[in-house]
Write a protein that binds this ligand. Structure first.
Ligand SMILES: *Cc1c(COP(=O)(O)O)cnc(C)c1O
Length: 472
């Protein structure tokens, strides 16, 4: 067909929307989005025709273009995925999965009205930020506490509230970058404070801090190097020593704890010890800031636990209003904190996953490998190797860097087919539900530490479908 004829044969938006194939691919889209997708698809095909003819009937071209665009839109929507990476706190995959109790608490508060900013006892206006305070006091031993949108906001707010216009002393070994542009030096600059670096990358001594303190000093900040470790010839100063020094000189010690475990992580399967908020409070920190959705295992939030006057300054600062949390976050966080207060640590999914025993994961891996092989019975079963293997998982999310968790899962490979792992990873990603694995030594690896047993069936199905798609 000539390009001119092909262009004339293009359907109108309305005509295309009536074609069965188009109706089906756009059936999950709200009508205005479906119309837009179809219009853009027709325009794209028209442009292609102008650039040089069509090899096939335009109707098919438009339908293929609509399908591609509709799938792209669907893939971009927020949706559940199966995490078979073995990284328990995976920032790209939404960090901590919430406990059932937190999900229920969200639903209860979400559906109706609540006492978010209303005091039941007096019948007058109340404060949203005091709802969580008693729980934080009980868990951390701090005099006071508040919650904001995330830990980056907590650090920014506290610095701005207590040390604006003055110097904040930080060790060069702790000038952390967390990813996605959270960098301690930049946060300090944006809080209106002046960074005063001390020590060296690998060694900072008490004397370095001591010498840096002057009339301009507002606070000492200790940041937990949460996603890296400095090993070898190293020295850093303990929070207790820094707190004593700060207090002797009339200064505050602020601690950016990052993950903020509530329980001794070594006892719950996380490999090594992650400092807890309570330890920092007991060491004398005036404010400790940590995330709600890392090792705490709750919703995205930033928590400040500390001295009453310091927390009060943060609460009164104008930034506080800009970084406050909504009722859904408060409901979820309270439910998670209750679990810790009741000692129900493994009801928090992050800890349940960290706590899983490798031999049980290996048992599941054997069953999963078998289930995948069964689904491939016949030709493909010979073409690829599907086997259960022991492996190492990570905690992730800026917690316990370098601590490897003994884990287990399934590995899929084919001799002489180097592209297979990439192909499988892609097919799994685009499946429904998407499954995210890892690639190791040109093999696709599905780590079961972060997969729930109820999801094994879906993983088997997805893996078999991916193998078929990549080997046919
Ligand atoms: C993760 C982390 C942050 C940022 O916390 P968000 O809750 O992601 O804003 C800040 N500081 C440290 C040390 C961290 O590990």
């Amino acid at each position: 067909m000539e390009a001119e004829d092909a262009r004339r044969a293009l359907p109108s938006v309305d005509e295309a929307l009536h074609q069965a194939a188009v109706r089906e691919t756009t059936s999950r889209l709200p009508r205005p989005l479906a119309v837009r997708v179809v219009r853009e698809a027709i325009d794209a095909v028209r442009e292609r025709l102008e650039d040089g003819g069509a090899g096939e009937p335009v109707e098919g071209l438009v339908q293929a273009e609509v399908r591609r665009r509709a799938e792209e839109l669907a893939a971009r929507r927020l949706q559940p995925v199966i995490n078979a990476t073995g990284v328990v706190i995976h920032t790209n995959l939404g960090r901590a999965p919430l406990p059932q109790a937190a999900v229920r608490a969200i639903a209860e508060v979400a559906q109706g009205y609540s006492n978010l900013e209303w005091d039941i006892l007096s019948g007058r206006r109340g404060r949203r930020d005091t709802r969580i305070e008693p729980l934080l006091q009980a868990l951390t031993g701090a005099e006071a506490g508040l919650v904001v949108n995330n830990n980056a906001a907590a650090v920014l707010l506290v610095l701005a509230a207590v040390a604006r216009g003055r110097e904040v002393i930080v060790s060069r070994g702790e000038l952390v970058e967390i990813g996605d542009s959270f960098r301690i030096p930049e946060i300090i600059a944006h809080s209106g404070c002046v960074l005063k670096e001390v020590g060296t990358t690998n060694r900072t001594r008490p004397d370095d801090y001591e010498k840096a303190i002057g009339p301009q000093t507002g606070a000492i900040l200790k940041a937990h190097p949460s996603n890296y470790r400095i090993v070898g010839f190293t020295e850093s100063v303990e929070a207790r020593t820094l707190a004593e020094m700060a207090h002797r000189r009339g200064l505050l010690l602020l601690v950016d704890l990052g993950s903020g475990a509530m329980v001794p992580s070594e006892a719950w399967g996380a490999g090594s010890h992650e400092p807890t908020a309570r330890e920092m409070v007991e060491a004398g920190a005036d404010a400790v800031m940590f995330s709600g959705d890392k090792l705490l295992g709750g919703p995205q939030a930033g928590i400040v636990a500390g001295r009453r006057d310091v927390v009060q300054m943060a609460r009164r600062h104008p930034l506080f209003r800009a970084v406050r949390v909504g009722k859904l976050t408060l409901a979820a966080l309270a439910a998670v904190l209750d679990l810790y207060l009741e000692g129900r640590v493994t009801d928090v999914p992050v800890w349940e996953m960290l706590h899983r025993a490798q031999d049980q994961l290996l048992e599941r891996a054997h069953r999963l490998a078998e289930a995948i092989r069964q689904r491939l019975a016949g030709e493909l079963e010979q073409a690829v190797t599907v086997r259960a293997v022991a492996m190492e998982a990570e905690v992730g999310g800026g917690s316990l860097p370098g601590a490897a968790l003994p884990s287990a899962g399934v590995e899929i490979a084919a001799a002489g087919d180097e592209g297979l792992a990439e192909c499988l990873a892609r097919a799994l990603r685009l499946g429904r539900p998407p499954v995210v694995g890892r690639i190791e030594r040109e093999r696709l690896v599905l780590d079961l530490r972060t997969v729930w047993p109820e999801q094994d069936e879906a993983v088997a199905e997805a893996a078999a479908r991916a193998v078929r798609a990549c080997r046919s």
